[in-house]
Design a protein. Structure first.
Length: 287
């Protein structure tokens, strides 16, 4: 008999053991398709049930949001504990959300540091320049650039994996990739907390900046290692030797990122130059 027990409790979001009939965390009773099939009079009972039988109250938006966030957190925590053992039945929406969070936290770090630097410069020069609009446009640009770079990782990785394993689907690869790189979200959250406590006064002694740089390096390392591992992990009948597949994957990624970097430099380089020029003009006009 197939085990059709859901992976996470639909009520509280906690992981469920295979074959569980109820959630050990909140006590929610589970009813699987197998249970329904084992009841011979299930269809007759449904047909003979009174039409005016009261229906359960619809789940509120807040309850759905809480259940969804609980499921996402449980999945994220499971991938932190065992990144090389992904649950490929995970909803693909979780994978897209993970990519958004991986791009969002670095953007928020830049926003916090930019506001702190602006305030420090205003205090040093006794000015009151408001650069909120410029900072948020800059951060939006950074978010889009980082998110598209992550999709390049996923797109190239999926293509290379398909060469070796034609049965791979995009959704399964996305879940596999984000399961391996979800640690990046933890680094981003830690970096954001550090940025809130970082004191910017242009007098040196920024030990926290060194930690942020270290986290950035770890983020790049985890993303690249996760990408490479996702190409060769759990392939039942590989078409290529793992060494050559990794070599092809590394070359393809380098070419893809180089092309993307050239496009980004050409498209937004001038925009960033104009943004920094506006910042300089704002401070010049404030003197």
């Amino acid at each position: 008999m197939n085990d059709d027990t859901p992976k996470f409790c639909p009520h509280c979001g906690q992981p469920l053991a295979p074959g569980a009939k109820f959630c050990t965390s909140c006590g929610y009773q589970l009813k699987t398709a197998t249970d329904a099939a084992d009841t011979p009079d299930a269809a007759n009972d449904t047909q003979s049930a009174p039409q005016d039988q009261p229906q359960p109250a619809p789940e509120s938006t807040g309850a759905r949001a809480k259940r969804f966030s609980g499921n996402v957190f449980a999945w994220w925590l499971a991938t932190i504990k065992h990144p090389a053992q992904p649950d490929l039945q995970t909803p693909v929406l979780f994978g897209y959300l993970a990519l958004v969070l991986e791009a969002l936290f670095p953007t928020l770090i830049v926003a916090v540091l930019a506001h702190k630097a602006t305030n420090a410069a205003n205090q040093a020069a006794n000015l009151a320049i408001n650069l909120n609009g410029i900072i948020w446009r800059l951060c939006l640009t950074i978010f889009v650039v980082v998110l598209l770079a992550l999709f390049i990782y996923v797109g190239i990785g999926f293509g290379i994996r398909r060469i070796n394993d034609p049965a791979t689907t995009f959704s399964s690869y996305l879940i596999r990739f984000t399961s391996l790189t979800n640690l990046v979200i933890g680094f981003g959250l830690l970096g954001l907390l550090i940025s809130f406590f970082l004191h910017v006064d242009f007098n040196g002694g920024y030990g926290e900046v060194g930690i942020l740089i270290l986290l950035l390096g770890l983020t790049s390392l985890v993303t690249t290692v996760g990408y490479l591992y996702s190409l060769v992990a759990d392939v039942a009948q590989p078409r290529l030797d793992a060494f050559y597949l990794l070599l092809i994957g590394e070359i393809a990624l380098a070419i893809g990122l180089a092309i993307y970097g050239g496009l980004v430099g050409g498209l937004i380089g001038q925009a960033l130059s104009n943004t920094f020029a506006q910042i300089g003009d704002s401070f010049s006009a404030g003197w």
